[in-house]
Write a protein that binds this ligand. Sequence first.
Ligand code: DAH
Length: 401
Amino acid sequence: MKFTPEPRTELIVGHFRVITLKIQVILPSVCGEVTRVVPRSSRPFLRTSFFYAKNLEVSKLDLLEEIKKIEKEVEEKFENVKDLDQLEDLRVEYLGKKGKISQIFSKMGQVADEKKPLVGKETNILKNKAQKMYEEIKAKKEKELKQKRLKAETIDITLPGAKVNVGHKNPFTHIIDEVVELFLGMGFSIEEGPEVENEYYNFAALNIPEDHPARDLQDTLYVDDEYLLRTHTSPVQIRTMEKQDPPIRIIAPGRVYRSDELDASHSPNFHQIEGLVIDKDISFSDLKGVIAEFVHEIYGEERKIRFRPSYFPFTEPSAEVDVSCNVCKGEGCSFCSYTGWVEVLGSGMVHPNVLRMSGLDPDVYSGFAFGMGWDRIAMLKYDIDDIRVLYENDKRFIHQF
Ligand code: DAH
């Protein structure tokens, strides 16, 4: 109960002092008069005063004052909010279902009718204002928080990164990529044949009949009486001539097998690249031109080439091709057995028997073939002195390419 000091009247009536006060009860709209009657006795126990009230009246509520007060509070508190938690508390306090602004709406029934539209309007304005302030401050605080977090999370670029293990191509892959590109450029295409080959394609069709001593030189693993692991890529020549009419220009890279002991220069499985050209009027000079192009492109323009007469059952004439030694530049060293030359491939004009067995008339067609050790190209090109490293897949080796 709140007493307003004025107007205040005092009356002495006999033994009593009568004090009349205008009062305002808690609710600002309740007002009236309260009279306090104080006995004038000198004895304290008789001084107990008593009240009586009159003219008390509850006037219709005027909420405009309250709205203003809340508005001021909202402005102050929202402006000074420290963090999102505090902001949420304020939202509940003012904008929540039971918040101060909702409470104004619920008191609307007590407002004088003529004031209702104005109070309603002001309350809505307050509500919208508070809502807007809330949203703006929330966005601002969230942005601040995000920036703070981003700042804290900045990447320290001075830290060493996690190393990515990059794979490397095996030297075989480098070689075949280069060789294929070169031969494709000369109009060749790529052929493949099976690694488990039959005896006919691996030997007989290549003019190496049964009991021919050349079979001994190329001993291999036999799967059964007929099938074996191919000893060279030359069978692809036959398979190609059987299925394709001349002109033929192919290379056939692939894996081959021989029953050789593993050492620095031998491996029971290794790789070859076969070549075959068949057409009308193909001569030895065509063979020389293609081989010269290959040697200069793969081993270097400065390398010299030598054709040395040789023997292969499936070519006539046959030649082995040497290139000048890169280590001693042809002077002679241990690498080239002091000859100044390194052997790189076997070649020759396709034997008429082979053409005939493959269904081609040697009087109409002629051609040349060549075969080279793919491993040997890699070893010569990258100065590798032990064939085994090509097959061991030791990362320390592979990572050099
Ligand atoms: N096939 C033979 C070998 O493995 C290499 C060879 C020599 C292939 C002369 C040919 C060639 O095409 O004409 O020893």
